[in-house]
Design a protein. Sequence first.
Length: 104
Amino acid sequence: MPHLEKLIIQRCKSLEGVPEGIERLADLKVLEFFDMPDEFIVPLSQEKHGEEYWKIEHIPEVNHTYWRNGCWEVYPLDKKHGTKKSEQHTAAIVRTDQEQRNWL
């Protein structure tokens, strides 16, 4: 998988940290966390980036996505700019129910 460009991790409620080896995926351009618990996402999105930030710092686009109010809401982790969680929610990209069916 050294040339993997997009990785989606979805609904892994028991995942406690960024999986080992992601830091070695040099061609990874997009990392998407779908419907993951806040206990997983918040440490990665903190201004100081938590202990595991170094594993994903090379990835240009990291998002966390949740199904809310009938649509997918996509929030950039925005690790490079230190965006606070409250600011991320104002920058959400909303994807409709129709788009959800296309993703499945």
